[in-house]
Write a protein that binds this ligand. Sequence first.
Ligand code: AHG
Ligand code: MN
Ligand code: MN
Length: 340
Amino acid sequence: MTKRKTLTQFLVEQQRLEKAMPAQLRLLIEVVARACKVIGHTVNKGAISGVLGSLDQENVQGEVQKKLDVISNDILLEANEWGGHLAAMASEEMDTLHPIPNRLPKGEYLLVYDPIDGSSNIDVNGIVGTIFSVLKAPPGTEGRDVTEADFLQPGREQVAAGYAIYGPQTVLVLTVGTGVYAFSLDREMGSWVLTSEKLTIPARTDEFAVNMANERHWNEPTRRYIGELMAGTDGPRGRDFNMRWMGSMVGDVHRILTKGGVFLYPADTRPGKENGKLRLMYEGNPIAFLIEQAGGKAFNGTCRILDIEPQELHQRVPIILGSSEEVDRLDEMLKDRVAA
Ligand code: AHG
Ligand code: MN
Ligand code: MN
């Protein structure tokens, strides 16, 4: 059997061959990958170690926090504080940024993450994941405290992004700007081994992912677009489509990276929900980076997600991403260039 390449070998090669990988970035990715191993192990223990269920507290999003949200957040904090590769961290589960303590060496990167994506799946043994995004700290931060404004960079500035998916297999999916690679966790060896190279999203798909319960709250072009998919051979698309919705963006995105599809969490006409539910800095941007690196598209209804200039750390963003033919079609309908 061919000897599989480990994450470490892959990263050393990226450093040597692709010049995509300064040593500090390689260290950061190794530390995050190791933390995801610990999170995956903790998720897998579940009820045995009493990590299921909710806490009696809300996060800055106004969502009740699951025990695993906070446990996983702290695993990533503790793993990354001492390494000397980060200037600061931010997370879905923390109100504001977490600076590297002055007693510890600081580095040139910023890490933003969603420690558990798909929290509503935790107690029902559904798919969950961890999403992470790496930015460079702006010049001059070495001499001062990092501020939230330092994080507010458009997604096109990311130097790495990825997710771990905790499912039947535990898989780390990563890009450093040279394509999308997947590493499966070999539990016997405790190492991440390369199992997919250059994942590619087909332009054409017959599968969509959206939470239909919100359908009445979407704008008219979005309702019309989804209506056409539902109409299948009886409608203008002339072919049938299939629907999947996993309640975890990581789960739906992993399917799209593996076989194609389109994922939507649209803008909502209800007050306060104009930007949908998902968060730009640690869901929209890292996933959009992966999707584009795999040849797909990621768009918020008016522009490329990676071009959005963030205004605040936890801002939300409408999301349409995946197979380019479908993203383009909805783009056209939203811009009203296609006759109704
Ligand atoms: P999180 O658990 O980090 O809050 O993310 C959940 C997100 C996303 O992963 C998923 O696609 C979406 O919420 C599901 O939303 P609904 O529960 O509204 O379907
Ligand atoms: Mn999430
Ligand atoms: Mn989350």
